[in-house]
Design a protein around this ligand. Structure first.
Ligand SMILES: Cc1ncc(C[n+]2csc(CCOP(=O)(O)OP(=O)(O)O)c2C)c(N)n1
Ligand SMILES: [Mg+2]
Length: 350
């Protein structure tokens, strides 16, 4: 259960109460394990391929943060919408997007989820209600509220998950968005994926307000701190926020404390943190946690676990083959789906 935490700032000091393991059964743990393993293996491979210069652009890995997506997906329904920043590989994987089209997008191929023109930071899957992948820090905060407004306007009871980093939470647009979201009781759930660093700058170097849940206070938005290494804690916090949003009571802010094991992007010497700090979080790894519960409760045999691991490995292998065998978009496609305005000067020139 998410609790009001009294953080002393560093993410290492927080531990939200989690008494709810028994609430979750075999199906949930197996799904969490399978989905998070696919996210992890997809990204480990993407990291290797990037170093081999198989594709260019940026590449921000979500490794270590997977429990946030796993717990959000299990506590929501397929018609809900999701929007995030550039650290966006795990979200569509959790929502069930085929990893082949995601790998093809990394490679800039026509078969990619954004037709090869978005790359790592701009994954998109309309069918799975994944509304991107956004490269401008914090841009998704007002845009996500706009999507939530549309849901309300259309009279659905869908909710919109708007994810942002701890750095993005410092953008001014957050305040305008929170004000309107509360005023209009929008069905938005604001998730701070708080990995304690914005590139190399820690939360405590950025602000005197270390509990980011307090950002909701001026707007009387219900706000909670959540243990992001625990899919159970994330699920329970999201479930509570979803219930409120579906009833038309408005948004919730969740400061979900997590950790990225890898650097900010692929070129990060990581001088701002110690190896011990990284190891401490790796010892709470959510994938290992799910696997140990699966074994402890004998949900699956060793053979069944191996079958999942083999399936994941094969999915990633086939994704790479699919990407490498796919064509690049033709030159005529360069500006299609890129500029909305048809008479944009750049296009005229072309
Ligand atoms: C408006 C804007 N300013 C700066 C940048 C450069 N930039 C890219 S990522 C980043 C750090 C953001 O950190 P955080 O929000 O904590 O997300 P995380 O990378 O930790 O997931 C910055 C400053 C940008 N992309 N957009
Ligand atoms: Mg961050």
């Amino acid at each position: 259960m998410a609790t009001k935490a009294t953080s002393k700032g560093k993410t290492t000091t927080r531990k939200t109460k989690n008494t709810s393991n028994e609430k979750f059964g075999k199906d949930t743990y197996v799904k969490w394990y399978k989905d998070m393993l696919l996210m992890r293996k997809f990204e480990e491979k993407a990291g290797q391929l990037y170093i081999q210069q198989k594709f260019g652009g940026f590449c921000h890995l979500y490794i270590g943060q997977e429990a946030i997506v796993a717990g959000t997906v299990s506590a929501s329904r397929p018609t809900d919408k999701h929007m995030t920043a550039y650290r966006d590989h795990a979200h569509p994987i959790g929502l069930g997007t085929d990893v082949r089209v995601l790998m093809a997008e990394l490679y800039g191929r026509q078969t990619g989820c954004s037709k090869g023109k978005g790359g790592s930071m701009h994954f998109f899957d309309k069918e799975k209600n994944f509304m991107g992948g956004h490269g401008i820090v914090g841009a998704q905060i007002p845009m996500g509220a706009g999507v939530a407004f549309a849901e309300k306007y259309q009279g659905t009871d869908n909710v919109v998950f708007v994810s942002m980093g701890d750095g993005a939470a410092r953008q001014g647009a957050l305040h305008e968005t929170f004000n309107m979201a509360m005023l209009w009781k929008l069905p938005a759930i604001f998730i701070i994926e708080n990995n304690n660093y914005a590139m190399g700058t820690s939360v405590e170097r950025t602000t005197n307000v270390l509990d980011l849940e307090k950002l909701g206070s001026s707007y009387e938005m219900p706000s909670y701190t959540v243990d992001g290494m625990s899919p159970e804690a994330v699920h329970e916090a999201i479930e509570m926020a979803v219930e409120r949003a579906r009833k038309g009571e408005g948004p919730t802010l969740l400061d979900i404390r997590t950790y990225r094991y890898k650097g900010h992007s692929m070129s990060d010497p990581q001088k701002y943190r110690t190896k011990e700090e990284v190891k401490e979080y790796q010892s709470k790894d959510p994938i290992e946690h799910c696997l140990s519960i699966i074994k402890e409760r004998k949900y699956l045999s060793e053979d069944e676990i191996k079958a999942i691991q083999d399936w994941v490995a094969n999915e990633v292998k086939e994704a790479v083959e699919f990407a490498e065998n796919s064509p690049y978009p033709p030159a005529e496609e360069l500006y299609i789906d890129v500029y909305k305005t048809e008479d944009y000067p750049f296009i005229k020139e072309y």
